[in-house]
Ligand binder design. Sequence first.
Ligand code: UDP
Length: 268
Amino acid sequence: MINLVRRLLKTSQKKPEKLIDEKEIRYDGRKLNEMRPVKIEVGILGNADGSAYIEQGKNRILAAVYGPREIHPKHQALPDRAALRCRYHMAPFSVQERKSPAPSRREVEISKVMREALEPSVFTEYYPRTAIDLFVEVLQADGGTRCAGITVASLALADAGIPMRDLVSACAAGKVEGRVVLDLSDVEDKSSDGADMPVAYMSSLNAVTLLQMDGMLTPDEFEQTLNMAVEGCKQISQLQKEALKAKYATAKEAVAEKEEEAEEEAKE
Ligand code: UDP
């Protein structure tokens, strides 16, 4: 019975024959320049200095920040700035084929590019000889996790109260079946002769902090893809700001309630 359910599940997750139909609608109902639905929440972990959670399509990713704090081992201390240390990790249950919990080459690479994408946004020079530790845990993956990971990590840094020049927003664009599309899912990413371009961007500063590319694009397609990814980043940036404001509205309400309670107690 369990095997039958597994087999049925696998068939339902099979790659569709055509990823884009003649009306330019993608297999999941999206337009070419449409992002997957995004849901963001800030400040959800009690034990971290800052945290955030994102759902982008089927991706589910948590980020937690600790610091600035004393650095161990001491030899990693930087005399002029804080060391931003990032760990991107996929849970063993985050993908269909169980993933080994040990860090893979891919995870080590993504941890590095993630740090490089976020570091320009942080005033690390304010905290020399300390560490800012950032953990990104992918609970469920469906393509584009490095981008969603950067988006959510930037919010966790802001939630930790770390001074920043700007939020970093990330989104990929690429080519699927000869068309330039925004925010590729896993099946789209793995389509043959396609291309995928993850981009991280600081909207207020108009600065790109990450640009990678898999596959082949003509110079025209490259420009079109980059522009589409930057537009996606701008949309993400709006959602990030809304999520931060929502967190602080709740925090403000909680403080006001406590103040009221204290006043009433003082009266009694
Ligand atoms: N993936 C997987 N097993 C792995 C690593 C990745 O199934 O061990 C899937 C996962 O859905 C991931 C997708 O492959 O999101 C694309 O991975 P890629 O390396 O392109 O990074 P991403 O697009 O997630 O940033």
